[in-house]
Design a protein around this ligand. Structure first.
Ligand SMILES: [Fe+2]
Length: 242
């Protein structure tokens, strides 16, 4: 089975469409989204409609829940909160219903999906150091946990001897006995100094995960952000990827 696994679209329709087109060349059996469909950019409704059609499962991101009143704005910086309030005001009834329906976790035989971390998933912790990785690893009864949220792709690998390391390799071979926390990065707002959207492919037979990138028209997304009452910074950073 080949899975298309991606995260953090953040209402960036141009990036999402570029990723969907790239996936179409990859013979994917099932698409899974790790949350934050909305927030930051100007096309929340269009992105939700695309995701509803494409992804078999989407788990909840902090922006998804905050945009429908299920997560407090107190946890966001003022600019992010402004984007969430804009999204709340501009979101359609059907998109709002979809975001409300999202659950925090999804699991299959080999893996689990969560937006932030497995410890208190509703707190949306960032998977950005060994301490938080250890807490998730201790709760994992699968060999892989796929996450998003940091917008920074990379993999924590716990080897059979309990040694923990971090890899930025784009191709990861899954070895029996190891555990993996794989961050798929972000479609709509990459922050790893590479502005191109990232998207993942997990092959459950070959036991590989590959992270890919595809260019898109970020200036068009920036233009739309400028035309709305959204912080300009969210348009600027799309061109820099940080
Ligand atoms: Fe996000």
């Amino acid at each position: 089975m080949r899975y298309g696994i991606f995260s953090d679209i953040h209402s960036n329709l141009e990036a999402l469409d570029a990723v969907i087109q790239a996936y179409q060349k990859e013979s994917i059996d099932k698409y899974l989204c790790i949350g934050d469909v909305v927030g930051y950019a100007a096309n929340p409704n269009e992105c939700v409609e695309r995701i509803k059609e494409l992804a078999e499962v989407t788990v909840a991101g902090n922006h998804d829940w905050a945009s429908v009143g299920l997560f407090s704005l107190d946890f966001f910086n003022p600019e992010a909160a402004q984007a969430i309030l804009w999204t709340e005001k501009n979101i359609s009834h059907s998109a709002s219903t979809f975001l409300r329906s999202l659950k925090l976790l999804y699991e299959e035989e080999d893996f689990i999906l969560v937006h932030g971390s497995l410890n208190d998933p509703g707190d949306f912790n960032y998977m950005n150091d060994e301490y938080i990785a250890q807490r998730t690893l201790a709760l994992m009864n699968k060999e892989i946990c796929f996450v998003g949220h940091t917008h920074f792709p990379g993999t924590f690998i716990q080897e059979e001897n309990q040694n923990l390391r971090y890899s930025k390799e784009s191709l990861i071979g899954i070895k029996r006995g190891n555990k993996y926390i794989i961050n798929v990065g972000s479609v709509g707002q990459p922050r790893d100094a590479n502005p191109t959207p990232s998207y993942g492919i997990f092959d459950s037979e070959k036991k590989t995960f590959e992270l890919k990138r595809v260019p898109y028209d970020s200036k068009e997304t920036r233009k739309k952000i400028y035309q709305e009452d959204l912080p300009l910074f969210f348009g600027e950073r799309l061109l820099k990827g940080r």
